[in-house]
Write a protein that binds this ligand. Structure first.
Ligand SMILES: CC(C)(COP(=O)(O)OP(=O)(O)OC[C@H]1O[C@@H](n2cnc3c(N)ncnc32)[C@H](O)[C@@H]1OP(=O)(O)O)[C@@H](O)C(=O)NCCC(=O)NCCS
Length: 182
């Protein structure tokens, strides 16, 4: 595995590095494209990066070094979710696939009672959607106009998930997507 997840301490040791990472990168598919120091520090103070529900990690690559950040969310729910952000210079190189595989392994290893792991992205985040599919995740929902866009029209939110048994076997379980005929 080329990816190592390094747990970060947003309040103390990694505070400046985290603020720096979040403010120097652009996240055009997130709610806020550009984050300010104030918003990141407010989120840190609120426990958004580490709480009973959230935990945050640096993503280290054996060859490229530190390539990004990931946060696990809703950790006490039956279905945890995640936020994944690669550093700008490491996007567009297909590294997301190994990263998502590492996040999946982390969840199913650290949380033995968890059977589903879910992620959502905007419909126009093609890179993330392809990453989901390449890792054997299955699209389960397409929430039309479900993602508000600041100053623009809402776009769809697309939900993908992976089941523990699919992760264990490497076989993707599918279902009949088409609805009933009425
Ligand atoms: C989303 C992210 C994890 C994807 O990982 P990545 O390794 O950078 O993915 P890539 O850009 O290499 O794209 C994967 C595939 O999608 C394709 N793709 C990307 N954008 C595309 C577009 N607009 N149209 C068609 N194909 C596209 C790429 O060509 C690539 O396919 P290929 O390997 O056949 O060339 C990463 O880009 C990232 O962190 N982005 C910023 C934060 C973000 O959006 N996070 C997701 C929040 S849910």
């Amino acid at each position: 595995m080329s990816i190592n997840l390094v747990r970060l301490d947003a309040v103390k040791d990694d505070h400046e590095a985290l603020v720096n990472f979040m403010t120097r990168n652009e996240f055009r598919f997130h709610g806020s494209k550009r984050l300010t120091r104030e918003t990141v520090e407010a989120a840190i103070a609120k426990g958004a990066y580490r709480s009973e529900d959230d935990d945050s990690f640096w993503i280290d690559h054996t060859e490229h070094g530190r390539i990004g950040f990931a946060r696990f969310e809703d950790l006490r729910d039956p279905t945890p979710m995640f936020d994944l952000r690669l550093n700008g210079e490491f996007r567009g190189r297909g590294l997301g696939v190994d990263v998502l595989r590492a996040l999946t392994e982390h969840v199913f290893t650290a949380l033995p009672g968890t059977n589903r792991f879910e992620g959502q992205t905007r419909e126009d985040n093609i890179a993330m959607r392809k990453t989901f599919l390449r890792c054997g995740w299955v699209k389960e929902a397409h929430y039309r106009e479900g993602w508000p866009v600041l100053g623009g029209s809402p776009v769809a939110s697309v939900a993908y998930s992976i089941l523990r048994r699919d992760w264990e076997t490497g076989q993707t379980t599918t279902f009949v997507w088409d609805d009933l005929t009425v």
